[in-house]
Design a protein around this ligand. Structure first.
Ligand SMILES: [Zn+2]
Length: 685
C-alpha cells in the first residue's frame, strides 16, 4: 500500500483551513483522515476513526486541553473539521479510575464535556483516543491487517509481522473496557508505532499527522507483504457450466428474502438488491469449504450491523432448473430466519432479556457461479452491505491463504450487533410507506410520469424512469437523486421493454410497482381515419401497456410477493371525445386490459388499477393546444383548464398522488380512480 501523502495537497489544505480559522494541526488531521477514508482497503462506510489532542478556548476565554475526535458514524472520506467535536480531555482521562461505566452514562459525560454543546456525538471508540498520550491517533479496520489477526494464532502472527512496533490488545468489545485494556498494553509493552486490537483492527499514533498516517500505511504494507509471502497456492478452476444470470436469479432471491407482514394482510417487508460478480467474488464462491467459511463470522465487529453475522448461501442456479433453485432459495432463506431467531433468543436470554430483535432477513446472499448480492431496505443500504461483503471475502480469503480465518465468538458478535451505540449509527428508523419497494414508471420523461416517479421516490420506493426519450428520463432521474435509474424504453418494441426491465432487475433486484403511463394522442373521425393511424395508436396505447404489464408480471411471479400494476387510462376510455376515437378506443381496451390482469393475477397477490385523468398540462396538452382550445370555446385559458365541477385545474402531481394511493391500497384491485376535477359525463358507472 502506497502513502497517499502529497506535500502540495497538505499545504493547500493548511492554507485553505487558515481562512476559516483552523490550526495547521487540525487541517492536517482532516487531510490524513480523508486519505485513510478514501481507501476501502482501510475503512468502509463510517467505520474507523482518528483524533487530535490540541487546545480550545472556553466561552469565558480560558484555554483548555481537548480531544478532537471523529464524530460517530461520520464518513472519513468526506468529512471536514466540524466532524471533529472537541471534548475536554482532563475529565475524560480521569474516568480511567473506574472499573466500568455504562454506555448511557459515558455518552452523557462525553456530551457534558463538549466545548460546543451542539456538536455531534464523538466516536464510540473515543475513550481509546483519550487514554493514549499521542497527539495524533489513527484507527482503521484495514482488510490486510484483519487477515493476519483474525486467526487462532493471531497474537503470534502479529509478533511475526509487526515485531515490537505494535502492541497486541486481546479482543474486547469496543468501548470503555477496550480503551482501558489498550492503554494498559501500551504502558506495559511500549510499542513504538501503535496497537493491534485483536479480531477488530489497528491503531497507529504519532507526533504529527503525517507520522501517524504513514505508520498506518507502513503496517498495512507489512501485512500485505506477509500475506503475499505466505500464501498457500490453491487452484480453484472449475469447468464452467450453463448457469442462470443475475437478472434471472435476483427476483427469486428477493422473494425468498422477503417477510410477510403478520399485522397487515397483503403487506410484505421487502429488500433491495445490489449485485457484485467480479473475479475475486466468483473465485471465493468456488471454495470447497464455502459453507464453513460462510458460517465463520465477520472480519471486524462493526460490520455486523450492515451484513449480519453470516451470509445466506444458495445453490448453483443451473439454467433450465430455476424452479429447483427457487425452492432451495426459499428453504434456505427460511432456515436463515429461524436460525437468526434462535441466535437472538439464546443471546437475549444470556444478557438478561430486554433487547428488541432486528428483522431476521439476510443482508448478503452468496450464489456460487453467479456472484453475491447485498440486501438492504434501500439501494444505498444494499450497496453498503455489498461493499462490506466484498471486503469480507478479501479478508477471509487472505486469512485462509496464510492460515485459518477465525472471527469473534457468537456472544461477542451479538453484543456488538445489539450495542445501542452501534445501532445509533444506523440513524433513527422512521420508515417511509414504500421503503424496500421498487417502482418502474414508463413515459417518465413526461409531466405525469416524472411527477409520479417523484411521488413514489418521496414515499420511499427505489424508482426506475423508463422513456423512449432517454435524455428526458436521465434528466428527471438526476433531479430525484443518486439511486434513481433512467432506462431507455420504447413500449412499442417488445425487446426494448425486456431490455429495460432487465436493467431494472439488475439495478434493484426486481420490481413491485409498475406505472404504465407512456402514451400519445392521435385524432381522426373514426369512419374516415386511416387504418394505419388506428394501428399506430393501438401499438402504443394498448399493446404498449400489455408489453409492460406482461414483462412486470413475469418478474412479480418469480418474486412471489404480489405486486401492483397501474395504468394511465385517461377519461377517453369512458367518455369519448368527438374525432378522438384513435386515442380513446385503445384506451378503452387498456381499461379492459387492467381488469383482465386484476382477474387473472389476483390470486397471486398482483393488483391492477387505473387512473382516468383529464386535462393535464403535459406533452399531450401543450400550451399551444390549451390556447387554441380556450380560444375556440371563447373562455380564458384558466377557465378552460378548470372547467370542471370543482373549478380547479388538475395537475400532473394530482395524478401522481392517485397512482400513489392505488399503490398503497392493498385491498383494492380492478379499480378506476378519476382525476379530472369532476366531470359527470365521465363518471364511472
Ligand atoms: Zn474499530
Amino acid at each position: 500500500m502506497k502513502s497517499g501523502w502529497v506535500e502540495r495537497d497538505a499545504e493547500a489544505m493548511v492554507a485553505h483551513g487558515e481562512k476559516s480559522g483552523l490550526t495547521r494541526d487540525l487541517a492536517l488531521r482532516v487531510y490524513t483522515t480523508r486519505l485513510l477514508g478514501r481507501d476501502p482497503k482501510l475503512v468502509l462506510h463510517g467505520g474507523g476513526n482518528t483524533s487530535l489532542k490540541t487546545t480550545a478556548r472556553e466561552r469565558f476565554g480560558d484555554e483548555v486541553e481537548v480531544l478532537r475526535v471523529k464524530a460517530s458514524g461520520a464518513d472519513m472520506a468526506k468529512l471536514g473539521a466540524e466532524a471533529f467535536p472537541a471534548v475536554r480531555l482532563a475529565p475524560m482521562r480521569k474516568l480511567r479510575v473506574l472499573d466500568n461505566i455504562g454506555d448511557v452514562e459515558l455518552v452523557g459525560i462525553e456530551r457534558a464535556n463538549l466545548i460546543d454543546p451542539a456538536a455531534p456525538n464523538p466516536s464510540v471508540e473515543m475513550m481509546l483516543h483519550a487514554f493514549l498520550p499521542h497527539k495524533f491517533v489513527d484507527h482503521t479496520h484495514a482488510t490486510a491487517v484483519l487477515s493476519v489477526i483474525d486467526q487462532p494464532d493471531g497474537e503470534q502472527k502479529c509478533a511475526e509481522v509487526f515485531g515490537k512496533r505494535l502492541g497486541f490488545v486481546p479482543y474486547l468489545m469496543p468501548g470503555f473496557g477496550l480503551a482501558k485494556k489498550a492503554i494498559e498494553v501500551f504502558e506495559r509493552d511500549k510499542p513504538s508505532d501503535g496497537l493491534i486490537l485483536s479480531k477488530h483492527g489497528i491503531v497507529t499514533f504519532g507526533a504529527t499527522a503525517r507520522e501517524a498516517y504513514e505508520r498506518m500505511i507502513d503496517m498495512v504494507t507489512r501485512a500485505e507483504e506477509f500475506i503475499a509471502r505466505n500464501r498457500k497456492s490453491g487452484a480453484l478452476a472449475r469447468a464452467s457450466r450453463n448457469l442462470a444470470g443475475e437478472a434471472q436469479v435476483a427476483p427469486i432471491i428477493r422473494g425468498a428474502c422477503s417477510e410477510k407482514n403478520a399485522a397487515i394482510e397483503g403487506a410484505w417487508r421487502r429488500l433491495i438488491l445490489e449485485f457484485r460478480g467480479n473475479e475475486s467474488v466468483l473465485n471465493f464462491l468456488r471454495a470447497k469449504d464455502l459453507n464453513r467459511l460462510a458460517q465463520a463470522g465477520v472480519i471486524t465487529p462493526d460490520h455486523t450491523i450492515r451484513t449480519k453475522n453470516w451470509p445466506l448461501v444458495l445453490p448453483v442456479p443451473e439454467n433450465g432448473a430455476l424452479d429447483q433453485f427457487a425452492r432451495a432459495a426459499r428453504e434456505r432463506a427460511d432456515e436463515f430466519v429461524v436460525r437468526y431467531h434462535r441466535y437472538f433468543e439464546r443471546n437475549n436470554k444470556r444478557v438478561g432479556g430486554g433487547k428488541h430483535e432486528l428483522d431476521a432477513l439476510p443482508r448478503v446472499a452468496l450464489v456460487p457461479g453467479v456472484g453475491l448480492f447485498g440486501l438492504g431496505r434501500s439501494k444505498q443500504e444494499a450497496q453498503i452491505a455489498a461493499d462490506i461483503a466484498e471486503a469480507w471475502i478479501e479478508g477471509v480469503s487472505n486469512a485462509e491463504a496464510i492460515g485459518r480465518f477465525e472471527s469473534i465468538s457468537e456472544a461477542d458478535m451479538f453484543d456488538c450487533e445489539y450495542w445501542p451505540l452501534e445501532q445509533a449509527k444506523l440513524g433513527a428508523r422512521r420508515e417511509l410507506p414504500l421503503a424496500g419497494q421498487i417502482a418502474a414508471v414508463t413515459g417518465a420523461g413526461g409531466a405525469i410520469g416524472a411527477a409520479t416517479a417523484c411521488a413514489f421516490a418521496a414515499a420511499g420506493a427505489e424508482v426506475a424512469l423508463l422513456d423512449v426519450d432517454f435524455a428526458a428520463a436521465e434528466r428527471e432521474a438526476e433531479r430525484l437523486g443518486t439511486t434513481a435509474l433512467p432506462a431507455p424504453c420504447d413500449v412499442t418494441d417488445a425487446s426494448s421493454v425486456r431490455t429495460a426491465f432487465d436493467k431494472v432487475v439488475k439495478a434493484f433486484g426486481g420490481v413491485d410497482i409498475v406505472v404504465s403511463n407512456a402514451g400519445a394522442a392521435w385524432q381522426g373521425r373514426i369512419g374516415e381515419v386511416d387504418e394505419e393511424v388506428l394501428r399506430k395508436s393501438f401499438e402504443l396505447n394498448f399493446y404498449g401497456h400489455q408489453r409492460v404489464a406482461a414483462a412486470a408480471v413475469k418478474i412479480m411471479l418469480a418474486q412471489g410477493t404480489g405486486g401492483c400494476l397501474l395504468f394511465n387510462v385517461s377519461k377517453q376510455a369512458v367518455n369519448p371525445g368527438p374525432n378522438f376515437g384513435p386515442y380513446g378506443i385503445p384506451k378503452a381496451a387498456a381499461l379492459a386490459l387492467m381488469r383482465q390482469y386484476a382477474l387473472d393475477y389476483g390470486a397471486d397477490g398482483i393488483r391492477a388499477n387505473a387512473v382516468n385523468a383529464d386535462r393535464i398540462r403535459s406533452g399531450l396538452l401543450t400550451p399551444d393546444m390549451i390556447a387554441s382550445r380556450a380560444k375556440a370555446r371563447g373562455v380564458s385559458e384558466k377557465d378552460y383548464m378548470s372547467g370542471n365541477l370543482l373549478n380547479r385545474e388538475v395537475t400532473a402531481e394530482d395524478v401522481a398522488q392517485a397512482f400513489l394511493h392505488q399503490a398503497l391500497e392493498l385491498k383494492t384491485t380492478a379499480d378506476v380512480t378519476t382525476v379530472d376535477g369532476g366531470n359527470i359525463a365521465a363518471a364511472m358507472r
